[in-house]
Design a protein around this ligand. Structure first.
Ligand SMILES: NC(=O)c1ccc[n+]([C@@H]2O[C@H](COP(=O)([O-])OP(=O)(O)OC[C@H]3O[C@@H](n4cnc5c(N)ncnc54)[C@H](OP(=O)(O)O)[C@@H]3O)[C@@H](O)[C@H]2O)c1
Length: 367
């Protein structure tokens, strides 16, 4: 059985190649092992961030490094659906479909550490990797999975919406009444506008910052109280208002401009994403002293783990909120799913930032 993998060159992400590995033939599959054929997966800036953050401290390369068999190459993880092709595990039926965190590949072999009918869990070689990425959910019993028509939304929005749900929870937990407005950078990103959707329901004033070319898209969402392009930061009124920044862009220039404009009125700059990738992870030295002091990093898996331990029912609330959000997105046609592009085309468009923000890229994997 041939396993095709899409590998990128670490540190030179515009370079990529397709690899072909020989997977264990059915006859020699070990007890407990399974092989899944990966059917479809989504690709957004979040996946590019996995590649930018492939090394320490987040180590996203460690999930599927071994498939590349070459230390200079990395396999980017993606959220998608796969079907069990072969199973030597009595709790995992051949033909069952599972949603989860897969490699950019045509198939994958796992040796689950835990398996029951609703889900199975794998143990990664690197125990430091967040456990949230290790569970694969059977579509037959997943409460997020309603009908097959929900799949596109699920591949794109589930990880991003859950991040925004817990960011909203974090902001409420940390700032509640001590903040008057929240600024979101990369306002056109799905994680940002899903957060704006929830902050709007809280009645918090939300300002979106985006590229000039994406202002029009953000306006169509009607989720931001006001919108500015990155070169208009100095024009934002009320620069003496207590402000929290939720930073999806990690742009050095944008962070400095915000800091200069709002100065000590920035309560906290919550670093979430790195769509622009110009302030390196962990490197705060290039920012002004004030920006260094106020900047924290929000890592969704860590906050989710903490909040589930505190409130066992919070995932049910998240699921209900996700259903409401995706229904609103469908109704307003916030995303147009493009399922026609090859893996190479999807990757090249994402890497070069030439994807329209209203496009949800889904790749069908050739067997
Ligand atoms: N910390 C966490 O736990 C966590 C969890 C989930 C997601 N995130 C992060 O949130 C961010 C947003 O992810 P997403 O999947 O929601 O993004 P997305 O919807 O794919 O965002 C697309 C937008 O990102 C900006 N962008 C993308 N590529 C760019 C490039 N090469 N140069 C400049 N701008 C670029 C543009 O926005 P603008 O023009 O508006 O800037 C673009 O419209 C990612 O960095 C992701 O990793 C973090």
């Amino acid at each position: 059985m041939l396993q095709r993998c899409f590998a990128v060159t670490k540190g030179h992400l515009s370079k990529y190649r397709l690899l072909a590995n020989e997977l264990t033939p059915a006859a020699s599959l070990e007890a407990n092992e399974i092989i899944l054929n990966i059917d479809r997966f989504a690709f957004t800036a979040n996946n590019m961030t996995y590649a930018h953050a492939g090394g320490p401290p987040l180590n996203y390369w460690h999930f599927y490094d071994k498939l590349a068999n070459d230390k200079t190459l990395g396999i980017i993880p993606v959220w998608g659906f796969a079907t069990v092709a072969l199973s030597r595990n009595s709790n995992i039926a051949e033909g069952s479909r599972h949603y989860g965190f897969y490699p950019m590949a045509s198939s994958v072999k796992f040796n689950p550490s835990k398996a029951d009918v609703p889900s199975f869990t794998v143990t990664r070689d690197d125990p430091e990797l967040a456990a949230m990425y290790n569970t694969y959910l059977n579509t037959a019993s997943d409460p997020f999975y309603t009908t097959s028509s929900c799949e596109n939304n699920m591949m794109i929005f589930r990880p991003l919406f859950l991040t925004s749900f817990f960011l909203n929870d974090y902001c409420w937990n940390q700032f509640r009444s001590s903040v008057d407005q929240i600024i979101l950078t990369s306002a056109s990103s799905k994680t940002a506008f899903a957060l704006a959707f929830q902050l709007k329901q809280r009645g918090v004033k939300v300002i979106g910052l985006t590229s000039q070319r994406n202002v029009a898209f953000c306006e169509t969402l009607s989720l931001y109280d006001s919108l500015y392009s990155y070169d208009q930061i100095s024009e934002i009124p009320s620069n003496t208002t207590k402000t929290v920044v939720v930073d999806m862009a990690r742009s050095h220039d944008v962070n400095l401009a915000i800091d200069k404009h709002f100065a000590k009125h920035i309560v906290q700059n919550v670093g979430v994403g790195m769509t622009h990738n110009t302030v390196l992870s962990g490197d705060k030295t290039a920012l002004s002293e004030h920006a260094q002091i106020t900047r924290t990093f929000f890592f969704a898996p860590a906050w989710i783990k903490r909040r589930i331990a505190e409130d066992a029912s919070i995932m049910e609330t998240a699921a209900a909120s996700y259903v409401k959000f995706t229904a609103t997105s469908d109704e307003n046609q916030w995303l147009d799913f493009n399922t026609d592009m090859t893996v190479e085309e999807v990757y090249a468009a994402s890497e070069s930032n030439s994807v329209n923000p209203n496009t949800g890229l889904i790749t069908k994997v050739e067997p």
